[in-house]
Design a binder for this molecule. Sequence first.
Ligand code: HMG
Length: 457
Amino acid sequence: MNTGIDAVAYATPRTFVSFDGEWAQKRSLVFTDGDAAALTAKVNRGIGLSQMAVPDAHEDIVTLAANAVRRLLEQSSIELQDVGHLIFATEGGVDFSKSASAYLLGALERIPSLAKGGPGSTSHICNVEMKFACVGSSYALEYATALLRSGMSSKKYVVVVSSDVARYERESNAEYTQGAGAVAFALCQNPSLVTLDPTPMAVASADERDFFRPLFKDTPTVDGKHSVGVYLNLVEKAYQNHCNNYFKQKLKASDSDVLADTAAFLFHVPFPKMAEYMAARIFLPFFEDVSEISEEQRNEKETDFRKSSDFRSIFEEKVEPGLTLSRKIGNIYSGSLPLCLASVLKGASETQTELVGRRVIFFGYGSGACARVYSGVFGGGCEHAGKIIGQGARGFDRELSVSEYERLHALHSLQAEPCAIDPGVDSVVKPSGEIASFGSLAEPVEKVGLRDYRYVG
Ligand code: HMG
């Protein structure tokens, strides 16, 4: 049975910080001895980012998810009545117990254009929050596919939404790898965008300490260099499993067949340069045998290989189109890999690149740690999807000053007490025609701490 992705939409905040200008001037005092141009060059070329999305006061994982799901349903003319399951992948849950998916359904019911029946109109939808750092979205996709393949989905569509706000300590070297956004997929049988290959998703797991956020902290504890190494090793292992079990055994495809047939290698993007490191790890063995050399020798070879014309031409053709959106949005944790698909579809429609019938390989990674690798084949709906994907997606139209950004960063910190938000006062860009967070309730006693999401017309 053919199952896979039938529609894609994404949502971001409107507010952003650019890595040139004021931010670079201020942070260069911390990072580059006051040399702002050197810091901008490092973040642009060394990390691969030109700016990062920053959530406004009224935005969080639920509002971003609501925007993405709304756009998905409206652009694809999918009725909520035809959605049987909604799976919410996030590592930034808003409650220890109440599922973010329940808040999301409540929010969707408040959007006048969606909720024909108002309160209770989504009561038929099975919904759940799934967490495994950034790789939660791959687990959600696996669950969705299993529901559809087994016939356990009572309706035509399963919706997977991956939504996160990546927030690190200010003035740390992870600060410029923040971001915020959500990506929604509709999955069904005989999908028009990507038919997932009929094989189990490959896996490589390890109990790791590369990145975690303890319950009492509002930014993660991260060992950046170590996390890069864990990512490389686990994703490579999972890819080798997928390659052996599916490409080599089932499809009888060699490395060069895989390279030729694959239009898009989509890597989880904590920052775009990471995709380059990972691509070198995957592609180098296509050119030479590195199985017998030491890790140090291999790292050196990969660094040289990244500069070679062989690597650059494959990278530009098969990896770079997946990174375009991430370069401006930043890390959106669970949504980062799904965002690559949106980016490829959008780019292919702009450059009139033919994707139909060609393979796409997904390389998922989540700290803690786990890698999932899976693949599929692009379908006939890609061109249309690429054209509409950007439509209605709010662009970044408000650059933040450093003081505005720092105020919002502080406002999104873990709240020890219920905290009301007044978007009319607290937000930089006031919400309009969308779901907004009004924070959490301080009263009555039976509602203390309950999140307050409202539609602002
Ligand atoms: P850093 O100290 O900013 O960077 O840390 P660096 O010193 O390693 O330099 C990076 C690159 O910039 C190097 O390139 C430099 O040469 C280059 P390379 O040599 O490797 O090719 N560079 C320059 N290039 C051009 N012009 C210049 C210049 N200066 C230097 N002037 C790090 C980077 C990623 C470690 C840090 O930002 C961090 O800790 N980020 C957060 C953790 C992270 O993203 N880890 C990624 C893997 S873990 C993961 O993906 C999971 C995650 O998404 C969470 C989850 O699963 O939930 C994070």
